[in-house]
Design a protein around this ligand. Structure first.
Ligand SMILES: CC(C)(COP(=O)(O)OP(=O)(O)OC[C@H]1O[C@@H](n2cnc3c(N)ncnc32)[C@H](O)[C@@H]1OP(=O)(O)O)[C@@H](O)C(=O)NCCC(=O)NCCS
Length: 130
């Protein structure tokens, strides 16, 4: 928790949590990491929600305002998100938000000990001149 707060203070990463209605249980997480400013103004997006809460539109609902914070308040020009080709849920979610495919990376991330290919996506902020 301290590390997350410190990254937030340094603006190198922002972590959001999704709570249930009673605000007693964390049901999901959203993070914007590896934030680079200067001429790049870009970061990576990661997200996940507990299985019992999936497919109810909640991640879409949660991503919209958090992406808005990163674009408007943190002045991000490019938000990148990548998913494994079989993860259609994640791909459809990104497309619904407006992310566009940028490429296909072989052996991109090591997950459970296996190097996995990923589809690279990004969302470019419109009218972001600063
Ligand atoms: C990927 C994940 C975050 C999606 O969250 P979610 O809350 O289930 O998604 P939503 O209900 O908000 O759905 C948003 C869109 O995703 C797509 N989607 C959702 N469920 C889907 C399914 N079963 N099959 C295909 N597409 C699906 C649809 O496009 C949907 O929009 P629509 O309902 O208007 O068609 C969630 O499934 C998850 O946490 N999975 C495990 C972790 C993971 O894969 N993280 C991402 C790593 S890249």
């Amino acid at each position: 928790m301290y590390i997350m707060a410190e990254m937030h203070r340094r603006k190198s990463a922002f972590h959001f949590i999704l709570l249930d209605k009673r605000q007693t249980e964390v049901i999901g997480v959203i993070n914007f990491s590896n934030i680079i400013i200067g001429a790049f103004k870009a970061c990576y997006l990661g997200y996940s929600i507990s299985e019992m809460w999936q497919g109810k539109g909640l991640m879409y609902e949660a991503l919209m305002p958090t992406i808005n914070v990163m674009q408007e308040q943190q002045q991000m020009h490019r938000i990148m998100a990548n998913y494994m080709p079989h993860n259609h849920r994640s791909g459809n979610l990104l497309k619904k938000i407006g992310f566009k495919p940028e490429g296909y990376a072989k052996a991109y991330l090591q997950i459970n000990g296996e190097w996995q290919d990923h589809i690279l996506m990004s969302l470019i902020t419109k009218n972001n001149q600063s």
